[in-house]
Ligand binder design. Structure first.
Ligand code: PDD
Length: 287
């Protein structure tokens, strides 16, 4: 069966689904997005992603395109039509279509809503993730509202490309204080020399990762010590382990930073254990 996308109230074959050339998302990146991991046909951490979507839209004064309940139905229908059991669900809401002008349209417009689903070979992606990934570090150059999950991702795009060109999978942004903020599409963690898990606090200019949030609960249940406290790239290199979290990567060990090994250069035991625990949690708690 061919892929289908949901665009503004109807499903269309993926290759034919289009938005207007004056969509403010297309011209001005005036919109937000969400990505759900799909496991066993269920949306992982669904509530957290809905809540963040509502918050991102609220911060930009874009109305919810439909109720949370209705949205949930459309998301599930997108999964069903695409027969996705393991994969990713992408949702994007923009302010809508209007004659190009930086300021908001003066007459009310309807937000544009696009939803797509992508199947993943979970076994292959697990094997890849469990082997660990390399990250590079780059100076933080994003705007001051990284808590909003906006589609304006150019610094993230360039950072990810730089990582790829250096044989790495992710780029960590480092702020003016020399502290890691987060990855281009994931949150950053270490298991420090004292055996304490550490990730940046949400008072910093980072996305409040839903996987990060759930993993903090999983960690608390497992009784492992954790602190929401920043770290430098040097501390990460001296750490026992490092890893990243996100809907795309779940929990993925980091084995090198800027080409230098983390710990023994192999995926960390704690990261792999947390990956397992997180996946168990997500499979149970998904809707
Ligand atoms: N990215 N930080 C950034 C900058 C991100 O883009 C993401 C997610 C995360 C992790 O957030 P969460 O755990 O809620 O997925 C952190 C998604 C997956 C993406 O852009 O595809």
């Amino acid at each position: 069966m061919s892929r289908q996308a949901y665009v503004n109230g109807r499903f269309a074959p993926h290759g034919e689904a289009v938005v207007h050339i004056e969509d403010r998302g297309y011209q001005l990146a005036d919109g937000v997005y969400e990505v759900w991991a799909v496991m066993g046909g269920r949306l992982s951490d669904a509530e957290g992603h809905f809540a963040r979507l509502e918050r991102s839209l609220g911060e930009l004064r874009i109305p919810m395109p439909m109720s949370r309940k209705a949205l949930e139905l459309v998301l599930k229908e997108t999964l069903r039509r695409n027969r996705v059991r393991e994969g990713l669900l992408y949702l994007q809401v923009t302010r809508g279509v209007a004659r190009r002008d930086h300021a908001f349209p003066t007459t009310p417009v309807t937000p544009s809503l696009v939803i797509t689903a992508k199947a993943l070979d979970r076994q292959a992606s697990n094997a890849k993730a469990e082997a660990g990934v390399g990250v590079i570090t780059l100076p933080e150059n994003r705007w001051g509202r990284c808590d909003i999950k906006t589609i304006g991702l150019l610094p993230n795009v360039l950072a990810k490309q730089a990582a790829r060109e250096q044989g790495a999978a992710e780029a960590w942004f480092v702020d003016a204080e020399g502290l890691v903020t987060e990855g281009a599409s994931s949150n950053a963690w270490i298991l420090d020399r004292d055996g304490v898990l550490r990730t940046r606090d949400t008072g910093a200019n980072i996305l409040r990762g839903i996987t990060r949030h759930s993993l903090l609960e999983v960690i608390a249940e497992a009784g492992v010590k954790v602190e929401e406290r920043p770290f430098t790239p040097a501390e990460a290199l001296e750490a026992r382990e490092a890893f990243i979290t996100g809907a795309g990567t779940l929990v993925t060990p980091v084995t090198s930073i800027d080409g230098r090994p983390v710990g023994n250069g192999h995926p960390g035991e704690m990261a792999l254990r947390l990956r397992d625990l997180y996946i168990q949690h997500a499979r149970k708690a998904g809707i």
